[in-house]
Design a protein around this ligand. Structure first.
Ligand SMILES: Cc1cc2nc3c(=O)[nH]c(=O)nc-3n(C[C@H](O)[C@H](O)[C@H](O)COP(=O)(O)OP(=O)(O)OC[C@H]3O[C@@H](n4cnc5c(N)ncnc54)[C@H](O)[C@@H]3O)c2cc1C
Length: 389
């Protein structure tokens, strides 16, 4: 089934469509790409061809024009099926910056190609080795030179850069000033990776505990046309922050998907595995952690839906989006541990996929934002406690 041509679609129809596609990429497929540290190109191509990754592109540009709640359901179903939406989720959350702050000309230039599956917008170059979570401290420079910018510096953890046509880049164009504050002076650009000469832009893969196609990217006087800057010069950090609520909601949905996958696997095993002459699920020591995990996943799901509703109505939703990500990442991690415990030794055997999903879901505690930073945000911005970051 392909993505619907219009925004008139029920959640159930979406779920069934994505589930049908994911069924063609079972555990064996994901185990193989994991073992080979390979990008799941066939899966991403199928998702692209079906139109699911262009869900947020407005209908006037050839996309499905769906909202964030529906996009979240698509990613949830990928993870719930045993796959890993991390291979392709960025297109959904990067899109927001282009949709909200891009010019009509930029939207016309990129969105139809993305909608048709000819252009991949999958790379997001924000994090740098020396700045860490303090994005205002990034050092990659974009120096204006007539009708172009010349970019020098380094990014780290730029995932999917080798498998994307376009990258959304955050770089410093001027120093912060007194008037605006420390977030000022950063700008956002679309970098066309297809056109970048290899001596000006070098991509170096990083080996990681999960298969995530993540890289370091080195810029050495890479030229970007001025027309590739999104929005006003110096305001880029604001644009990126805007997109972060969407990112939190989408990743919360992935965590809910993971949590549901772990619970399905764990409860099935707990019913079937017999030790001491009874199913292990009859022991409350096995059943209760699963019941807790279920309750926590359902609660996180409600917060993610609440945040998505606010987002779609254009209302402020940063606390809810952050809480959704926090609660969902914790719930999926708890479900992962309960699932591993329920499987006993079998949980460590690759063929059951539990250890792979365990590694994959662990990432959400750290990226794209760490649990500590969400807590610090809530303490400061919601509870009014002194600033700690
Ligand atoms: C597999 C993977 C894929 C990624 N993909 C991308 C990508 O595509 N694009 C991109 O731009 N980035 C990406 N990232 C980067 C990711 O967003 C960062 O790793 C994450 O934001 C944490 O930053 P850091 O690693 O620099 O940690 P640091 O900033 O070095 O922090 C280290 C630890 O200290 C804690 N800490 C720091 N300051 C405080 C404080 N004030 N209070 C409490 N605790 C604090 C943090 O919570 C964290 O646990 C990816 C990372 C990984 C691992």
């Amino acid at each position: 089934m392909s993505a619907p041509a219009t925004a008139e679609v029920t959640e159930q129809e979406l779920r069934e469509g994505v589930r049908e596609l994911c069924a063609r990429y079972p555990g064996a497929y994901w185990r193989q790409v994991d073992a080979e540290d390979a990008y799941p190109s066939e899966f991403v191509d199928a998702m692209t061809k079906a139109g699911w990754l262009a869900a947020l592109v407005p209908e006037e540009y050839g996309g499905a024009g769906l909202g964030i709640g529906h996009a979240a359901v698509i990613l949830e179903e990928v993870n719930r099926s045993g796959g890993n939406a991390g291979a392709c989720h960025a297109q959904m959350y990067i899109m927001g910056t282009l949709l909200r702050h891009g010019s009509d000309e930029q939207k016309q230039r990129y969105l139809p190609g993305i909608a048709q599956g000819e252009l991949r917008l999958q790379a997001f170059g924000v994090t740098e080795p020396d700045a860490g979570l303090d994005t205002t401290q990034i050092r990659t420079r974009a120096r204006r030179d007539d009708d172009r910018y010349v970019v020098s510096g380094q990014k780290i953890w730029t995932s999917r850069a080798e498998h994307s046509d376009l990258m959304l880049l955050l770089a410093r164009t001027s120093e912060p000033d007194e008037e605006h504050g420390r977030w000022y002076g950063l700008s956002t650009f679309i970098v066309d990776l297809r056109e970048a000469p290899t001596d000006r832009l070098r991509i170096v893969p990083i080996e990681t505990m999960l298969n995530h196609s993540t890289t370091e990217v080195f810029f050495d006087d890479l030229e970007i046309p001025v027309e590739n800057r999104i929005g006003e010069e110096g305001m880029g950090f604001r644009y990126i922050l805007d997109g972060m609520n969407a990112e939190r909601i989408l990743l919360a949905a992935e965590c809910v998907g993971d949590g549901r996958w772990f619970l399905e696997r764990a409860t099935e095993h707990a019913r079937e595995r017999v030790v001491f002459d009874r199913p292990i699920g009859q022991n409350q020591g096995v059943a209760f952690p699963l019941a807790w995990a279920y309750a926590r996943i359902e609660a996180a799901d409600l917060m993610r839906r609440h945040a998505a509703d606010l987002y779609e109505r254009g209302e402020k939703c940063a606390p809810q989006a952050n809480m959704a990500k926090l609660l969902a990442a914790d719930a999926s991690w708890e479900a992962a541990n309960a699932c591993l415990d329920t499987h006993g030794g079998l949980g460590f055997a690759r063929e059951f996929d539990v250890e792979r999903k365990f590694r994959e879901t662990r990432l959400y505690q750290v990226a794209p934002i760490s649990t500590n930073m969400v807590l610090a945000y809530l303490a400061q911005n919601v509870l009014g406690l002194p600033r700690s970051y």
